[in-house]
Design a protein around this ligand. Structure first.
Ligand SMILES: [Fe+2]
Length: 199
């Protein structure tokens, strides 16, 4: 079954698409949205993983902060998948296809302290939000209705990112994870804190 899902791919041109768009434009937007769908599915699963694996001081606040984010991101995934269907193509939502298609690695941290997971989540959100910005620019001319959807989703994701970063920020506005290039590095910097890092 997993091998079959890995073979599942978006199927070229649709036989119909949204009026006013060409079939090629429909296919291009659907391909871009499949990548957003993969990122959103990956994100809400990762957020639940953190919800289950966070330990130590601030457990309750971080554990409870994440569930509304999971719900909102699941809703975004649903809306995105249905936009692909609206464009005349088939959204792919199976785990095997997601893992085969994604250009990023699995979240790398298991049981860990709240501040450590938040440090790693900072990097997760940076990756997702950067790709949203890319796709918002790409849909400017191509499909402003999809662009509007992406802007709305990005606005919410950017706010969730701030919820995460507020835990990593000093009163002076410095971010403990600044310059980190991997989740493990961000985790370490978050654990050490801004003061020790800049001392
Ligand atoms: Fe729960």
């Amino acid at each position: 079954m997993a091998k079959e899902s890995k073979k599942m791919k978006s199927e070229g041109l649709p036989s119909f698409t949204i009026p006013g768009m060409t079939l090629e434009q429909g296919a291009e937007v659907a391909a871009l949205l499949q990548d957003r769908l993969n990122a959103l599915t990956d994100l809400h699963l990762t957020l639940k993983h953190v919800h289950w694996n966070v330990v130590g001081p601030n457990f309750v606040s971080v554990h409870e902060m994440l569930d509304p984010q999971v719900d909102a991101v699941r809703e975004m995934a649903d809306t995105t998948a249905e936009r692909i269907s609206t464009l005349g193509l088939s959204p792919i939502g199976t785990p095997g296809a997601l893992v085969a298609d994604r250009s990023w690695n699995d979240y790398s941290i298991g049981r860990a302290g709240a501040i450590e997971h938040l440090g790693a989540l900072d990097l997760v959100y940076v990756g997702v939000i950067e790709d949203y910005r890319r796709d918002i620019a790409a849909t400017e001319e191509l499909d402003p209705v999809t662009q509007d959807m992406l802007i709305g989703q990005s606005s919410q994701l950017e706010q969730f990112h701030w919820f995460v970063r507020a835990h990593l920020e000093t009163s002076g506005g410095a971010l403990s994870t600044a310059g980190a290039s991997s989740e493990v590095e961000a985790r370490g910097q978050a654990r050490a804190g801004v003061k020790r890092k800049t001392a």
